[in-house]
Design a protein around this ligand. Structure first.
Ligand code: IPM
Ligand code: MG
Length: 357
């Protein structure tokens, strides 16, 4: 019997509530499988600042690096918005990603058939959408030097090196090979030098994947095409800030940002988290949608632990609750049979997981 050590980072706002539901589902999925989980909790974000004075304590970095995988809730909130930048919860998260070396952020945006009416776009536009955004996560303008403030000016720098582009491009091509072999690289090569280098490099790497159909799009056009005709996309490869923006946009195709998981992977470590934030406005009310976090746990099983069957079971269980009309409030207006709380939703999915073999 294998035992996987999972680092749990609940964070702020709705973080603790949604992580608890993911744990419920993980505990249900290992029954009858040849593995079990042990969990260790670590502090990060605003709560870590409150307790230790640092949004990313060293104990969290060490604990995360010593685990088999990391499941992360959400961080941040108004309470910490006035802190100097390096003390803010977001800085902790960025440092954490960098420390772990998780350069590839996979953000699937899939529209569940049961929820085609939940999108703000017309059902005939979003039906069948299944996109994977591959976002470079530890470079680009988020990390580039120089950055800072001087007198009446402030500046950040968008930097990518060839090796950084090569490794994320390889990752995206590999994913494309497992999907429909279609990849669209998004940049701003008509304006930015860094994007020109990005495009040249992606074109060169593409020669190693002759089966993949590669296209290129400027980011402004991509933002437009995503809502004009989202089904034209399969894998989208892009840099850090463009990926941040486009993945939020893509999430709305699915109806709620509360549905979408993500995986951040590198050579050694994997960080799995919902793409939404800590939603302080609804924290503690038991109404948050835990599906994005539960789906992130499924991605953890698939991509980090290689437990494909267990991942399939969780994903099938999520589809089943939606088919049966169980909804949290965020998607409650659409074809709902029953509105559930965060923990009811977690329990129903866990029960389904136990029933699916
Ligand atoms: C995300 C978030 C983060 C980012 C913030 C919280 C630093 O928006 O994961 O998309 O910009 O990467
Ligand atoms: Mg974002």
């Amino acid at each position: 019997m294998k035992n996987y050590k999972i680092a749990l980072i609940k964070g702020d706002g709705i973080g603790p509530e949604i992580i608890d539901e993911a744990v419920k589902v993980l505990d249900a999925v290992c029954v009858g499988e040849a593995f079990s989980f042990s969990y260790e909790e670590y502090l990060m974000g605003g709560i870590a600042y409150d307790v230790t004075g640092d949004p990313l304590p060293q104990a969290t970095i060490n604990g995360a690096k010593n685990s088999d995988a990391i499941l992360f809730g959400a961080i941040g909130g108004e309470k910490w918005d006035q802190l100097p930048r390096e003390k803010r919860p977001e800085s902790g998260l960025l440092r954490f990603r960098k420390e772990l070396g998780v350069f590839a952020n996979l953000r699937p945006a899939k529209v569940y058939d049961e929820l085609v009416n939940a999108s703000t776009l017309k059902p005939e536009i979003v039906q069948g959408v299944d996109i994977m955004v591959v976002r470079e996560l530890i470079g680009g303008i988020y990390f580039g030097e120089p950055k800072g403030r001087e007198g009446n000016k402030a500046f950040n720098t968008m930097v990518y090196t060839v090796p950084e582009i090569e490794r994320i491009a390889h990752k995206a091509f590999q994913i494309a090979m497992q999907r429909t072999k279609k990849l669209c690289s998004v940049d701003k090569a008509n304006v930015l030098d860094v994007s020109q280098l990005w495009r040249e490099t992606v074109i060169r790497i593409a020669k190693e994947y002759p089966e993949v159909e590669l296209s290129h799009m400027y980011v402004d056009n991509a933002a437009m095409q995503l809502i004009r005709n989202p089904r034209q996309f399969d894998v989208i490869l892009t840099g850090n800030i463009f990926g941040d923006i486009l993945s939020d946009e893509a999430s709305m195709l699915s109806g709620s940002i509360g549905l979408l998981p993500s995986a951040s992977t590198g050579l050694k470590h994997g960080l799995y988290e919902p793409i939404h934030g800590s939603a302080p406005d609804i924290a503690g009310q038991g109404i948050a949608n835990p599906i994005a976090t539960i789906a992130s746990a499924a991605m953890m099983l698939r991509y980090e632990l290689g437990e494909t069957r267990a991942a399939d079971r969780i994903e099938a269980a999520i589809a089943k609750v939606l088919r049966e009309g169980y909804r949290t409030g965020d998607i409650g207006a659409y074809d709902a049979k029953e509105i559930c709380s965060t923990s009811e939703m977690g329990t129903i999915i866990a029960n389904n997981v136990a029933a699916i073999r």
